[in-house]
Design a protein around this ligand. Structure first.
Ligand SMILES: [Cu+2]
Length: 339
């Protein structure tokens, strides 16, 4: 009996201490969404259970090692014991009830954070190897940054044009896959101003780790202003193909691999390429004209620039509209020519 009381007291003390320290170290990033509130609450409950289980194992183990250590002159066998039905029932029923209780809590939290609310802002999230872009369907505005007004629930509609990606902003806590051929939804209510990073949480190839985008949570008035300004730029860009091309290049993620200033990123720079002669991987030379550029965009492997491996440039751009491609050509032309 004395041992049982000792062990219970030690377990209580150890649980409190472990839970205290686990809560002291910042296990989670800043909480920046309304959905994060019930999730973090659940997380803290899990921490308590974890602290208790760890204390249970630790105390029984250390107590046995220290208190029931074999005496130097004791050479006899240990006491024989044949099961304990009461104990077995307890350690089956208690974890079962605990797990069921937590799955209940998980289910109501999930239902809570995924249910529709009034006045949602719809944003389409387009993912691809290896960049994000965002379209605001009500205005037609597109952007590489996800700009969001404070305290308004946003309904994200996620798609992918190549492989499975996963939209994740740790500060918002919630996460959802973007699957080719499907539209997945995710709801977020930002509650804290600031800039966060969206990450891809599904290993999707070479530059997966660099598939980052900015998420800016701003005051509603500032957001409206940004949206209006983007809309005006959109109207202006429709009339000037090179400007539209610049926008397409930005949104399609071309600029992640192609610089405009002569520096080499993943692919060759676009500065001054129009009209020049390029050596291809098979040793032939070509003149960089519209036909060559067009072919390079829709079927990159057919004419590889010397020094670059095949399949590095995504072959998915053949899905671009002819207008977008001609806008891109106009933009590349506008970057000047070497000769
Ligand atoms: Cu990805």
């Amino acid at each position: 009996m004395k041992h049982i009381v000792n062990v219970i007291l030690l377990i209580v003390a150890a649980t409190v201490t472990i839970a205290f320290w686990l809560n002291r170290i910042d296990l989670l990033p800043i909480q920046a969404s309304a959905e994060g509130v019930p999730i973090d609450w659940l997380f803290t409950r899990h921490i308590y259970v974890i602290a208790f289980l760890f204390a249970l194992i630790l105390v029984f183990m250390l107590y046995s090692v220290v208190v029931f250590r074999r005496k130097p002159d004791d050479t006899g066998d240990g006491e024989f014991m044949h099961g304990n039905t009461t104990l077995e029932i307890i350690w089956t029923v208690v974890p079962l009830v605990t797990v069921l209780y937590f799955s209940y809590l998980g289910a109501i939290t999930l239902a809570d954070i995924t249910s529709p609310v009034e006045n949602e802002l719809v944003v389409e999230v387009n993912s691809k190897k290896w960049s994000w872009s965002f379209t605001y369907p009500e205005t037609g505005v597109s952007s590489t940054d996800l700009n969001l007004p404070l305290n308004r629930t946003v309904l994200l509609k996620l798609t992918s044009i190549d492989v499975i990606h996963s939209f994740w902003v740790p500060e918002f806590r919630v996460k959802q896959d973007a699957v080719p051929g499907m539209v997945k939804v995710l709801r977020i209510t930002p509650t804290r101003l600031g800039t966060y990073k969206t990450r891809c949480a599904e290993l999707c190839g070479l530059s997966h780790a660099y598939m980052l985008g900015n998420v800016n949570v701003m005051e509603p008035a500032e957001f409206e202003q940004w949206l209006n300004q983007q809309q005006q730029e959109l109207t202006a860009a429709e009339t000037a193909p090179a400007e539209r091309g610049a926008k397409v290049a930005e949104l399609q993620g071309c600029l992640a691999c192609h610089s405009l200033d002569g520096s080499q990123l993943v692919g060759p720079s676009w500065q001054g390429i129009y009209g020049s002669e390029h050596t291809l991987a098979d040793g032939t030379t070509v003149k960089v004209d519209e036909a060559y550029l067009h072919q390079s965009i829709v079927d990159p492997n057919s004419q590889l620039v010397a020094g670059f491996p095949p399949n590095l440039m995504p072959a998915t751009y053949k899905a671009l509209s002819e207008e977008d491609i001609s806008a891109l050509l106009a933009f590349i032309k506008s970057l000047g020519s070497e000769k």
